[in-house]
Design a protein around this ligand. Structure first.
Ligand code: AMP
Ligand code: MG
Length: 506
């Protein structure tokens, strides 16, 4: 759609709206009462059946680079904004339905979403919020009563699945690709309008710092801020073991939130080369350990797009280089906290971190369980014995037979160095544990847990969604009654579809 930042689009009517999960927290944010939440009207509104007075429904126009290649105009093919809500303390929030029917950007696709991917988006975006990671939110998850045809494994065996709509909420759904598209079309006037809009609505302090003047200096500071947010977002992902899976530039939020939960995944055994996305199984472009570099690649594309507003390649390049330095620093600080230290103490610490990652990868070790277990290690002055550290490691190792004597020696040395380093730190034993347990979550939405909730929901049982939602509201708390949700992935889930890798079909 040339010259357009968006197009009016109306949600499709659906036959049987049914609310199956909602976020109380997001409802409160939007000023929706408990009575309204559970009314029949709620499901009508948030599947798109009922349009309220004052709603302005439209689909946003954007393009993007997919897997490194410019793909032209992409969307939004199945997300329809209903409008904005003025919240009490959190500014304007845009309310958007995902899977509510075709838009002018749908191309040949149906504009719909299926239950399984909608559950994944609903649960994960709320989990991310409670983990302290910037993210779009999810108000509700509704069944539509429609059947949707999907070829889940891309193997020529499509089947009918349950249709669903997630209501997403964010201050902005603008993506890097929103700016790339007008730039690619040489529509500098629309590009400028869009950047000015983004700055005015979501970065107002940058504008006031620049005396309210829109000029290249302001655009540079906006790019610097986007770059900073992107960097810190990715460091959060690495902290908690999250792999986005499709970091195409159309899936990069301009305000630095995690957006578009598709074939994402959580690291079980620590493996920087792991990607949950079957489409990416060969190239591993978006694997866990590549995310920071891809963030920079995506920022480079954004820099190219906004170049006509800045005309200063050197300044943009300097900011891109700064991203790399900033990332290195933030990663070190993040690891410092994960290990429970008050301050980064230089190269020796960095060596301790990288040696740890080497060990975690050498023998399949569960990342999430490991960091919680490490907090339990007693920091004592005497010589460390195997019985001090082996019970720490035991619940994290996938196959204990792989933990040969050679690896045991290496682990023993690492734990000894760790203890010496802890003793050098200002942190008390208690403060160390508090720091570690507020940095390292106990509960994450492991792929197999999401899959279990999906399989139950497809049979009409939404209990597991509710349990996961509850647990993931307090991911750093012990919640010992839910211990089984905090264990390493069970063996049956190792290669099961949905539990290990996923396709983009959604
Ligand atoms: P993704 O790789 O999932 O971010 O998808 C890329 C683009 O494809 C999205 O921005 C959507 O506009 C579009 N898309 C994906 N699925 C559908 C669908 N079922 N109907 C219409 N458009 C879709
Ligand atoms: Mg997308």
């Amino acid at each position: 759609m040339h010259n357009a930042a968006y197009s009016w689009a109306k949600p499709a009517l659906v036959s049987k709206p049914q609310l199956i999960a909602y976020s109380q927290n997001v409802a409160e944010l939007l000023g929706i009462s408990a009575v309204e939440l559970t009314s029949d009207e709620f499901a009508e509104i948030f599947t798109g059946n009922k349009i309220l007075a004052g709603m302005q429904h439209f689909a946003m126009c954007y393009g993007g680079h997919q897997f490194g290649h410019w793909a032209g105009q992409l969307g939004d093919g199945r997300a329809i904004n209903l409008g904005e809500v003025v919240t009490n303390n959190h500014g304007l929030k845009t309310v958007q339905l995902k899977g509510a029917g075709r838009t002018p950007y749908s191309r040949s696709a149906d504009g719909l979403s299926v239950l399984r991917s909608s559950i994944r988006e609903f649960l994960c975006s709320e989990a991310m919020f409670h983990l302290g990671v910037p993210t779009t939110r999810a108000l509700s998850l509704c069944l539509t009563g429609e059947q949707v045809n999907r070829d889940m494994f891309y193997d020529g065996h499509p089947k009918l699945e349950l249709g669903a709509v997630v209501c997403r909420v964010s201050s902005s759904f603008l993506r890097f690709g929103s700016f790339q598209l007008p730039a690619a079309r040489k529509d500098v006037s629309l590009l400028k309008q869009l950047v000015d809009y983004s700055i005015s609505t979501d970065f107002p302090s940058l504008l006031s710092d620049n005396a309210g003047v829109f000029n290249s200096k302001l655009y540079l500071s906006w790019f610097a801020e986007v770059s900073e947010r992107t960097c810190s977002l990715i460091v959060h992902w690495l902290r908690i073991g999250f792999v986005h899976g499709v970091m195409n530039t159309d899936n990069m939020s301009i305000i630095g939130e995690t957006i578009d939960y598709g074939p994402y995944g959580w690291i079980d055994n620590f493996d920087i080369h792991w990607t949950p996305n079957t489409t990416d199984a060969q190239g591993k472009r978006y694997c866990f350990g590549a995310q920071a570099e891809i963030g920079q690649w995506n920022l480079f594309q954004l820099a190219n797009a906004i170049f006509p507003l800045i005309n200063d390649a050197e300044a943009l390049n300097a900011l891109l280089n700064e991203y790399a330095d900033n990332y290195q620093q933030q990663w070190l600080l993040m690891m410092t906290k994960k290990l429970g230290f008050t301050q980064y103490q230089g190269d020796k610490d960095q060596q301790l971190f990288t040696d740890l990652e080497g060990l975690l990868s050498a023998v399949e070790t569960d990342m999430t369980v490991f960091y919680r277990q490490l907090a339990k290690l007693e920091i004592k002055k005497e010589r460390l014995q195997e019985q001090d550290w082996l019970p720490i490691l035991d619940p994290c190792i996938y196959d204990l037979e792989e933990l040969t004597d050679t690896f045991k020696v290496q682990w023993s040395l690492w734990f000894s160095r760790y203890i010496v380093r802890c003793q050098l730190d200002d942190n008390s034993a208690e403060a160390r544990i508090v720091l570690m347990n507020s940095t390292n979550p106990k509960f994450v939405l492991r792929n197999y847990l999401a899959q279990q909730a999906i399989e139950a929901a497809e049979q009409g049982d939404y209990g597991e969604i509710a349990i996961l939602q509850k647990i993931l509201q307090c991911p750093y708390d012990e919640q010992s009654e839910y211990q089984e949700y905090a264990q390493k992935r069970p063996e049956w889930a190792r290669n099961k579809a949905g539990c290990s890798a996923l396709s983009c079909s959604s």
